[in-house]
Ligand binder design. Structure first.
Ligand code: F6P
Length: 373
């Protein structure tokens, strides 16, 4: 029997979303003869029943487009802001789902989206998800959609910064996205040949970073490229956060939520990239500049690797729906895919393990990771 499926994209946009929408939609229509609709602006569009029919015409020509043709939003569905009030809108979403006589909802998103999808699954909605975020921090998948494109953009930036840093004998500190995970900074730092790479997983000491730059100068290199993840933290802050996290893990709900607030506050007081650059200038005597890559990393056309990943996971998605497997994320595993239960994915984050090969490789080349020389 022909199925009806709905698709939405949620969380920060990332290159490859349209390629995935196209793959899901085209394989649903071509292979199975299903009907496909897309909800606009993430979970809010589902709640408000704002949708567009995804027919062959709409799905044509979007493979190479950046962003998402459906729009996106960052919302928690069990406490969505509705007219200034926080509301649990899952029942409304179920009504919309049933009104359209949908057989499945496909949610494309990062960690927050996986958690929302689980919340809908728990209410009985048949949901499948795809992992996307430039941060590559979704648990249970080898890669997330958008990571490779962002890695290419950030690497090109690090490459370009080299020549100008070299010409002016400067330190250039480049801030790279990634939320609380260091994948993008580590990847771009490694592929772009950064001299210092600071990631959230390895708390840094600014003195050690300065010393590594002074050592470079003594050995004849008068410039340095410092790749800093937006979530990088120094030793002192990391120690404070560890104490609070320990306390939060053993406390009751109310106190835990207060401690979480404190953790957020302390985290947001971490030294900015501008401050790091100023400190390094003072400590080394070398002129410093800052480049913040920001949302440029999320924009534009997806790389071939992301297009292939989107197409593989998107077509796999209709296979999974066809066999009525729900409550799962379609994860990349090598060139193929596996399904991972949403209850295993939600609430977890994939961060860079301290013994990851990318880290040991960087250290072998003398790259300073901020924690030792
Ligand atoms: O999750 C993707 C991401 O780009 C993170 O790297 C970054 O911390 C965040 O989104 C920025 O969010 P926004 O687009 O809401 O400013």
């Amino acid at each position: 029997m022909a199925k009806n499926i709905g698709i939405l994209t949620a969380g920060g946009d990332s290159p490859g979303l349209n390629a995935a929408i196209r793959a899901i939609g085209k394989s649903a229509i071509r292979e199975h003869g299903w009907n496909v609709i897309g909800f606009r602006d993430g979970f809010r569009g589902l709640m408000q029943n704002r949708f567009v029919r995804l027919d062959s015409e709409v799905l044509s020509g979007i493979l190479t487009l950046g962003g998402t043709i459906l729009g996106t939003g960052r919302e928690k569905i069990h406490k969505m802001d509705v007219g200034g009030q926080r509301m649990d809108v899952r029942d409304v979403m179920l009504e919309v789902f049933n009104d359209h006589q949908l057989d499945a909802l496909v949610c494309l998103g990062g960690g927050g989206t996986q958690a929302n999808a689980l919340r809908l699954t728990e209410r009985g909605m048949p949901v499948v998800t795809l992992p996307k975020t430039i941060d590559n921090d979704v648990w249970g998948t080898d890669r997330t959609l958008g990571f490779d494109t962002a890695l290419n953009i950030a690497t090109e930036a690090v490459d370009r910064l080299h020549s100008t840093a070299h010409s002016h004998h400067r330190i250039i500190v480049v801030e790279i996205m990634g939320h609380n995970a260091g994948w993008l900074t580590l990847g771009a730092g490694l592929s772009g040949g950064a001299d210092v790479i600071l990631i959230p997983e390895i708390p840094y000491s600014i003195e050690l970073v300065a010393e590594s730059i002074r050592n470079r100068r003594s050995s004849g290199s008068t410039f340095s490229i410092v790749a800093v993840a937006e979530g990088a933290i120094d030793h002192a802050l990391a120690a404070d956060l560890a104490v609070l996290k320990e306390r939060a893990s053993g406390s009751e709900a109310e106190q835990r939520s207060a401690l979480k607030g404190e953790i957020k506050q302390i985290f947001s007081s971490r030294p900015t990239t501008v401050k790091i650059a100023r400190q390094l200038e003072e400590m080394t005597g070398l002129e410093s500049r800052v480049t913040i890559l920001g949302h440029i990393q999320r924009g534009g056309t997806p790389s071939p690797v992301d297009r292939i990943l989107a197409t593989t996971l998107g077509t796999a998605c209709t296979e999974v729906i066809d066999r009525d497997e729900f409550g799962v994320m379609i994860a990349a595993r090598g060139d193929d895919y596996v399904t991972v239960p949403l209850r295993d994915v939600a609430g977890k984050r994939s961060i860079v393990p301290e013994d990851h090969r990318w880290i040991t490789a960087a250290r072998s080349l003398g790259v300073c990771m901020g924690d030792r020389l």
